[in-house]
Design a protein around this ligand. Sequence first.
Ligand code: CP3
Length: 362
Amino acid sequence: MTPAPDPARPDLPSDSDLVRAARGLPVSRTPVWFMRQAGRSLPEYRALRAGTAMLEACRDPDLVTEITLQPVRRHGVDAAILFSDIVLPLVVAGLDIEIKPGIGPVVAQPVRSVADVDALPLLDPSHLDFLTTAVRSLVQELGPTPLIGFAGAPFTLATYLIEGGPSKEHARTKAFMYAEPAAWSRLMDRLALSAATFLKVQMDAGASAVQLFDSWAGVLSAADYEARVLPYSREVFEAIGSRDVPRIHFGVGTGELLPLIGEAGADVVGVDWRLPLDEAARRVGHGRSLQGNLDPAVLLADRATVDREVRRVVEQGRAARGHIFNLGHGVLPDTDPGVLTHVAELVHELTLSPADPTPPAT
Ligand code: CP3
């Protein structure tokens, strides 16, 4: 599916608009992709997935390749995101976790004691050959379009392990964090190691950018985030830092945490829809780019509202060092895929840099 060469477009993913925006370099137009673009709203995804459990699909390189490519073909987005899940490294390490349709990850034996932490299996990179195969085949198919690899950040993975499944308050997680600081630290260290292993395999196989999802970090105060979570996310970024691949860090409800999220070591800070990007840029500072932040619910509204909100996000994004257009969180399952294609086109249209002026005739 390698597109025909276009002399105006870079032919290496490392020189793509996504990578350039992540680094704060000039772009031909604002790059756009959508969190959860692979799966969920696409009928061709549902057809392919029928009869295969989510975590089984994630370990089948042919399915991973095809599902990852589907939204790139359909929407003309500027990046692919690997079809996988944040709990996959834990599953490969040997934990009994199932992704229940419409619910999310459910852990058979939640981590509730210090002994449970010490009994957690470690991720063996030699069990990730399926991932290397999938990423290599994707990089080949994608040609100039960058592939974003990803992992779940230690805190967000800890919430699933401790709660046993999705949760709103994350109260058990916080209680464990306060009551058992030494075991918490060992748990977070292990999860940081596993995330770094998972990311390194993807980078070594050719991923052009990576995103660390700390989706639920926004439930913490800035002080707790800084003392009990940030050091472990930083461990992940430090472990992969020698590779010349831009790093994106995202969480939901992190308005108060944004400067700290940046300090964990990312090149790009992902912002949800609660905070305008110009204010986010002020909080994060000029050393990092921003990604975001259209409210995914807006895509369910009428076309005039969608267009108005896309324009607003594009305008406010101009305050950032570099802007990668995205939603403020994942695509909602009821989204009309045609609206996603329209948003990608509109962002490109609104941000196309004027062609170089023709030099005056002498
Ligand atoms: O972004 C993409 O399109 C790439 C694939 C991707 C999935 N999960 C596929 C998936 C990514 C990047 C993730 C990350 C992920 N997984 C996160 C972080 C991102 C976020 O949303 O904050 C989290 C918290 C999870 C855990 C998870 N997995 C939940 C909460 C759910 C249930 C929600 C749902 O959509 O049903 C999943 C399941 C899941 N992960 C699906 C997909 C395509 C749906 C499973 C299915 O189609 O049967």
